[in-house]
Design a protein around this ligand. Sequence first.
Ligand code: PGA
Length: 249
Amino acid sequence: MRNQIVAGNWKMNKTHAETEKLLSELSAKLPNTHAEVMVAPTYVNLLGAVQELESSTIEVIAQNMHFAKNGAYTGEISADMLQDIGVETVIIGHSERRAYFGETDAILKKKVAAALENNMRIMFCFGEELEDRKSGNHFNIVENQLKEALFELEAESWQRIVLAYEPVWAIGTGETASPEQAQEMHAFIRETITKAYNETIANEVSILYGGSVKPGNAAEIFSKPDVDGGLIGGASLVAEDFVAIIRAI
Ligand code: PGA
């Protein structure tokens, strides 16, 4: 059975006080669920979040990390630093990192390797742009993103990978992929992994959908057989909305 996961990517939002408030609201309202629930606050609020959620089932995860162990990389943080404060999962390859911070497939591959070397879990994000979808190139783009960053990994490493398919045109735009479009792509991703590895790995990896998931559309998207949950941006910043999305799974 694949793990089902609902993760909130808070991006560059929430001060320290706002982070504490949202976490305490979430803890108080968290429904009973079989799904793993995760939140990704900003770096400066990670330690506080880990401490505040010490006795909670909600996992605190990081939005990004550098691939080097340490050194002269101003503004960056390492896998060791994350683990030292109790963070064991990191988002890698978010489209905003690719688009605004120049993260190429080659860089992402190094980040994946560094996280795995530290035995961390990776939530690997990928997805096509609007032009790719319009020109019918979306399957090729997704296949290449996976191939470039992940397909040279040892089979065992896949136990530490969670995939998040996030079509760029649906992120923060209010426009969601239809449940059918999400299902079609998720099935394609499993097929691609089956070809590169085998059916067991393809069937065991959790594939989340991300891009304007809201309380109103979550249940339908999550009902698709190859969709194992969601990576939620905007709607994860409001406790009631995030809780409603968790209920939907
Ligand atoms: P969104 O963001 O839910 O605000 O579209 C999703 C994401 O970027 O992970």
